[in-house]
Write a protein that binds this ligand. Sequence first.
Ligand code: ATP
Length: 366
Amino acid sequence: KKRIAVMTSGGDAPGMSGAVRAVVRQTIASGCDAFAVYEGYEGLVQGGDMIKQMYWEDVRGWLSEGGTLIGTARCMAFKERPGRLQAAKNMIAKGIDALVICGGDGSLTGADKFRGEWPSLVQELVEKKMCTAEEVEPFKHLNVVGLVGSIDNDMSSTDATIGCYSSLQRICQAVDFIDATAFSHQRAFVIEVMGRHCGWLALMAGVSCGADFVFLPENPPSTDWEKDMCDIVKKHRTLGKRKTIVIVAEGAHDRDLNPIKPSKVKDLLSNEVGLDTRVTTLGHVQRGGTACAYDRMLATLQGVEAVKAVLEATPETPSPVICIVENKIVRKSLLDAVALTHKVADAIESKDFGTAMKLRDAEFTE
Ligand code: ATP
């Protein structure tokens, strides 16, 4: 009987609790024992009560919840081998030999590293007399499956990450609220949304809210962007628009990688276009609240698939990450997905925006 643990790690995202619910219930429905690791890798390193067996009713009502009800944390100790050694000991103590992690690329990288090191960690546990040879005997291999939880939709190889549509929905609601007051006073608003290397939230919010101008990390504006933006906004005003909405991704910058700050955009709209302009940083409002229908569906289907992947895995199967591609739930190589994600960030950092855009496009046309 397999004992499968589920964990959330990295930044929280709406739908993570739904993913935990799906993994717990599919595990139980498959005749296995389910466990939850609390507070991300911190719980794995601490062990004890931080790793709890979960029953069907423990996750009742979790589907719609925002954030993650089993907590998440950044854990420095797990980045070092002694932390991972302790984590391996704690898992063996609970009899756990499979781990489903819902998190971002950092969390999934850590999980695959843990899996790769597992045989040597087990050997070290015996050598250091932290476990006996008999205790480790059934734990020759660790199964790891990734689920991508992130509001930014910043993981390559999947069309959507768990949480991104809830966040987009929240941004749209917020922009709708701002629209009303902007219209009334004929004001301009510069709205900052999350997304460091990934402008998906900014771009989709721009499309969904009919913004006048959008700043994205992957596709910085022209070198003469100040004039271009002001001209576009002026043109929209002459066409009768009473309000102006400019959306700036948190990681937006110009072609030389100088950050484009909302305050700078505000000054331009105030001084060059003559608009009464305000800045609104949406901040953590974008993370909060209940999961939207899409994220509940995605979390559930992917959680079920993750357990199936655990049960079908052989020691040779590379760690999979559960993705959604053209509306189909699919398994892909976790390491390939992480590598592709890093390629986009690297392309941006080396100012190769053509490649960054091509890689993003490829995700949708692959
Ligand atoms: P987000 O996209 O929300 O930032 P993330 O999963 O990328 O999520 P990170 O802070 O990068 O967030 O990683 C979360 C945790 O995963 C870290 O605190 C650490 O415990 C573990 N982790 C990340 N990278 C590694 C790694 N290379 N090796 C071991 N553990 C890692």
